[in-house]
Ligand binder design. Structure first.
Ligand code: PAF
Length: 284
C-alpha cells in the first residue's frame, strides 16, 4: 500500500494506473475509520482495480463553533485498517498542501445545500464540494464511493458531478450500524454511556416513522414529524436540529406522502450532533 502526502506524487501514480488501462475507486474520508469506512473501501475493491482512500480532516467544511479542533484522529490505526482491505493507496495531505496560502476558489451549489444540514451548518457543503472537486481533479477516479448516512452529501456530490461534467460514477453504500442499530459515526466516541442510550432515539425514530407511514397509513408529513418530535424529546440529552420528510431528489419538504420519501434527522445528544435517515416507500 502506497502512502502519498504530495499532490504531484499521487497525480503521477494515478496517471500511470490509468495509462495501464486500470481503474480507480476513490473513498474520500476524514479518517478515524470504523466499519462504515471499511465497507466503502470493500465496495471499491469489488468495483475497481485500485482503491485510493483520501484521509483529510477538511477545515473548510467545519463552522466556527463546530468540532474541527477536536475531530477524532487516529492515523496509525487508520493506516493499519486500510491495509487489511488491501487498498492501493492512501492520500494523506496536510492543510498547506490542499489549501496553500493563496488559495481562493470554492465550489458551491445553489439549491440542494439550503435544506436539512445546510440550514444549520452554513457553508458546510461549500467546504465538502470544494474538497471533493479538488480530489476529483487530483486523482481523476473512475468511481467515488460515499455512505448513505450522509444522504444530502451524496445528493449534492451527484448533482455537482453532473453539473461539472465529471466522468465519475458516484456509488452510494448503505449505512453500517452497531448491533443496537446506532449508525456508525466517528463522532459516536464523544458520547458518554448515558448519552449513548439517548443516541438510539435516532434509529428508533426511523423505525417509528416507517411504521406510521407503511403500517398505520399516516401520510401526513406534519403529523408524523410532530409525533417523532415528541418521541425524540422524551429521551434525555436530546436537542432537535431538524426532523424532515422530503423528496429524496430535490430535498423539498413533503406534506402529503404519495411516493417514496426521505425521512431524515439531525439530533444533538449533549454536544454531539448525530444524523440518520431512511427512504420510506408508503406502498411497502
Ligand atoms: O463524509 C465525510 O467524511 C466528508 O464530508 C468527506 C466526504 C470526506 C469530505 O471531506
Amino acid at each position: 500500500m502506497k502512502l502519498f502526502k504530495k499532490i504531484v506524487d499521487i497525480q503521477t501514480w494515478a496517471e500511470k494506473i490509468h495509462k495501464k488501462g486500470e481503474d480507480i475507486a476513490l473513498v474520500p474520508t476524514m479518517g478515524c475509520f470504523h466499519k462504515g469506512h471499511l465497507s466503502l473501501m470493500q465496495k471499491g475493491k469489488e468495483l475497481c482495480n485500485h482503491v485510493v482512500v483520501s484521509l483529510f480532516v477538511n477545515p473548510t467544511q467545519f463552522g466556527k463553533n463546530e468540532d474541527f479542533n477536536s475531530y477524532p484522529e487516529n492515523i496509525k490505526k487508520d493506516i493499519k485498517l486500510a491495509k487489511t482491505i488491501d487498498v492501493s493507496a492512501i492520500f494523506l495531505a496536510d492543510k498547506k498542501e490542499i489549501y496553500p496560502e493563496k488559495f481562493q476558489t470554492y465550489v458551491e451549489l445553489t439549491h440542494l445545500p439550503s435544506y436539512l444540514c445546510g440550514r444549520t451548518r452554513q457553508g458546510h457543503f461549500k467546504g465538502v464540494t470544494t474538497i471533493i472537486t479538488k480530489l476529483f481533479n487530483i486523482i481523476k477516479p473512475d468511481k467515488a464511493i460515499f455512505g448513505s448516512k450522509d444522504f444530502q452529501q451524496v445528493q449534492i456530490i451527484r448533482q455537482m458531478t453532473y453539473d461539472l461534467n465529471y466522468n465519475i460514477e458516484i456509488i452510494e453504500c448503505p449505512t453500517v450500524r452497531e448491533d443496537d442499530n446506532l449508525a456508525m459515526s466517528s463522532r459516536n466516541i464523544y458520547l458518554t454511556s448515558e448519552q449513548r442510550k439517548s443516541a438510539l432515539s435516532l434509529s428508533r425514530a426511523l423505525k417509528k416513522a416507517k411504521k406510521m407511514i407503511v403500517k398505520e397509513k399516516n401520510l401526513n408529513g406534519d403529523s408524523i414529524k410532530n409525533e417523532i418530535e415528541r418521541y425524540i424529546n422524551s429521551f434525555p440529552f436530546t436537542e432537535i436540529d431538524y426532523i424532515a420528510l422530503c423528496d429524496p431528489e430535490t430535498l423539498r419538504n413533503v406534506i402529503n406522502i404519495k411516493k417514496s420519501v426521505l425521512f431524515a434527522l439531525a439530533i444533538k445528544i449533549g454536544k454531539t450532533r448525530l444524523i440518520d435517515n431512511i427512504i420510506i416507500n408508503p406502498a411497502k
